[in-house]
Design a binder for this molecule. Structure first.
Ligand SMILES: [Zn+2]
Length: 224
């Protein structure tokens, strides 16, 4: 069965988004492996940069990130492409010299709000691969932001918990227009190109794909 996204506003299962998720044991069960495969398919379809198991209604400490050319082009602190990578039982700690930086974040689980979320610019990530190998590394910039967002999900925190009253925030329709105006000419051209390319490959019968494309179009055409 295809996975469904849980949203804080609309899902009967929404309390799963605000509870800590359970630790995963190794070796992974067949069920966990299937969940990971389905989450990977969904994240690729949605063209998102990250996804956590509670967002599909499963209270397990499984997250994944996927940072591609679009993010590199549109984010000033995104430098490296990160292929689709799965992390099990992930945790982070800010480095001693980490600074707080604000940047746009949206969330598949939060329909009504987007904004400039404060995050650490440098973290130590501790996690496991799906094979059970321990990972411990220093992560910076946009990748660190995405990891903090996804690890928040397994701890029961959403962007609405991180957005303080001083943060620029609001309904995505309004915020996307502001966000688009912040881009330089070259970045706006990239957004247009991405949308045209996606229009060609979007399957009109696939709800998730159509939704992802419409979100991007909104980003472009609210600029007036
Ligand atoms: Zn999210």
């Amino acid at each position: 069965m295809p996975l469904d996204l849980v949203t804080i506003e609309h899902s009967p299962l929404s309390e799963i988004l605000t509870k800590p998720a359970q630790v995963v044991t190794f070796p992974l069960s067949t069920e966990d492996k299937l969940l990971i495969e389905q989450m990977q398919d969904l994240l690729l379809k949605l063209k998102g940069v990250g996804l956590a198991a509670p967002q599909v209604g499963v209270t397990k400490q499984i997250i994944m990130i996927n940072i591609q050319e679009d993010a590199i082009a549109l984010r000033k602190d995104a430098v490296n492409i990160v292929p689709l990578t799965v992390f099990i039982n992930p945790q982070y700690i800010p480095l001693a010299d980490a600074k707080i930086v604000y940047d746009w974040e949206g969330c598949f689980s939060v329909v009504q709000t987007t904004g400039k979320v404060p995050r650490y610019d440098k973290i130590q990530l501790n996690a496991y691969t799906p094979e059970g190998k321990k990972i411990s590394s220093i992560i910076e910039g946009f990748t660190a932001r995405v990891l903090q967002h996804e690890i928040d999900h397994i701890n029961g925190f959403l962007i609405t918990h991180r957005l303080t009253p001083d943060c620029l925030q609001g309904h995505p329709d309004k915020m996307l227009a502001i966000r688009y105006r912040e881009l330089n000419h070259a970045q706006k051209e990239i957004v247009k190109k991405i949308i045209h390319e996606r229009e060609k490959v979007t399957n009109p019968n696939d709800k998730a794909q159509v939704q992802a494309l419409n979100n991007m179009k909104k980003f472009l055409y609210d600029d007036n």
